[in-house]
Design a protein around this ligand. Sequence first.
Ligand SMILES: [Cu+2]
Length: 640
Amino acid sequence: MAVMFSGCNNSKSPNGNRGALASTAAEKVYVPPGEHDEFYAFFSGGYSGNLTVYGLPSGRMFKEIPVFSQFPTNGYGYSEETKPMLNTSHGFIPWDDLHHPDISQTNGKLDGRWIFVNGNNTPRIARIDLKTFETDEIIEVPNSAGNHSSSFVTENTEYVVAGTRFSVPVPQKDISIKEYKGNFKGALSFIEVAPETGRMNLKFQIMMPGFDYDLSHPGRGKSHGWFFFTTYNTEEANTLLEVNASQNDKDFIAAVNWKKIEEYINNGGGTKMPAEYAHNVYDHSTHSAKSTIKKEVLTVDPTKVPGAVFLLPTPKSPHGCDVDPTGKYIIGNGKLSADLTIHSFDKMIAAIEAEKFDGNAYGIPILKFEDVLAGQVKSGGLGPLHTEFDGKGNAYTTFFISSELVKWNVETREVIDRQPNYYSVGHVMIPGGNSAAPFGKYAVAMNKITKDRYLPTGPELEHSAQLFDISGEKMELLLDFPTHGEPHYAAGIPAEILAPKSQKIYRLEDNKHEFAALGGDETRVERNGNEVHVYMSMIRSHFTPDNIEGIRVGDKVYFHITNHEQDFDVPHGFAMIGANNAELLIMPGQTRTLVWEPEQVGVWPFYCTDFCSALHQEMQGYVRVSPANSDIKLSWSLGE
Ligand SMILES: [Cu+2]
């Protein structure tokens, strides 16, 4: 234990084993040149706002997918086509704090169509297409703040949820923060997902008491139709929360029968209220996003739907809320508790049917702890946070304070094994972890503190993921690798499900972008007042047109650029000197638009930023910028 706490001093032999054992571990993670990993792993990028894609077991990072943050690497959030993705009711928000990725499911199994992630800060849920690995849709969540207990999906991806961490006045108003208690509300939002297209729609919000809603997981199997949310601050304190929100010995897991609420709504229940929230959708045929502001949301008062919401007392300030693959057990990890609490779904239903309640909170029935408890794990660890499952009857729980991963049996609650983490582990991920069918070969621990695990890089270190082989009785540490931002949870899926359907190009004949230049004869430059539209094409190794004259200071120049390549992995870039937004990286068959507002007279070059052929350096052109009052005619060259 001492080693785990002293973190900074054990650089010589942190895992104690060298020689034969270490080389066995190395072989298990070694993916030879040209061969592929067995799993994709999607890591939340935390405050980077983005999602990162890794291979397991190698720990190699393949891609960073921009979601909530502007991304200069490819111009996401800078190009005219992608700017609408970052629109919100607060205006353009070019960053967020991305937390929990979850892969779509069919019949409780990962289907690999989409991955959902939440923006924790400015409440949003995004859907990423797993054919293109691009963000297709972002929906803002009204009446919420700190969208934390998200974005988990039900077993047929009927819904993705967004539970608010911070309760707020609903509707927002100017009131004293001291009036928190009883006046603030916690919205649990159910966003329906269209089965064919994945298109999201905020179907309803349950207006819960003003607790903090921390994490959530869907029921499955017999508990399908229910959703479970951990709460803290059931004290409804509004100051010094580290003391005042730890007064109650038990907080709650809120059990929500969403099928019952759905039925209530489908029969005309619920109250429509005004709300402003953005819904941003990217269209792969026009290669462009549109942002729409919605004006209304359907809210549900849980006390008006008998049998829909119950509170399960759970010690002590619970964080993780995890449902085992069978759907029988709901595990609440009390972050101030040494023991894990396992609730039984069957016992919960029996207690509800017998109406054995222990009072209520704002009209929501509270069940008795003993009536719903299946058992506890007396682990001796400190600060349990999250639990995942291997599909073979075992659970794996992270302990933040004692920095360890503990394996235990779900039925007997006996501890089987424990492995130290370096250091302060948060989430753990087993591929398929939030599903009825996990792939229990590897577990990845996501550590908050890295200290001496890598070469020092100044005060800032990337966080650390630790890969364990969990195929045997004992866990075996195989590999450390850095992760970008602050990872909160990850989602893994066998490569054989995703790789075969990964898209290689965008077909030019499907390009319906309104400013695309699809044939050489469509390339041109047009002036409309002080707006100049350049319809440009690119193919190895030239731009058409290349030399443009007749641009004036004060013009707004739109470069609409279509990449004519139809070959896998041949993007071209576009960079304009003095452009104060970004460069663009344009995929084969795609159209992207960069706005440039020239401020200085002169002849200014542009060029391709992505080395694309032996003559990549020759892929360039000029724009001549004349004074604002110049009468030089607009002209350009097409290679003649
Ligand atoms: Cu190029």
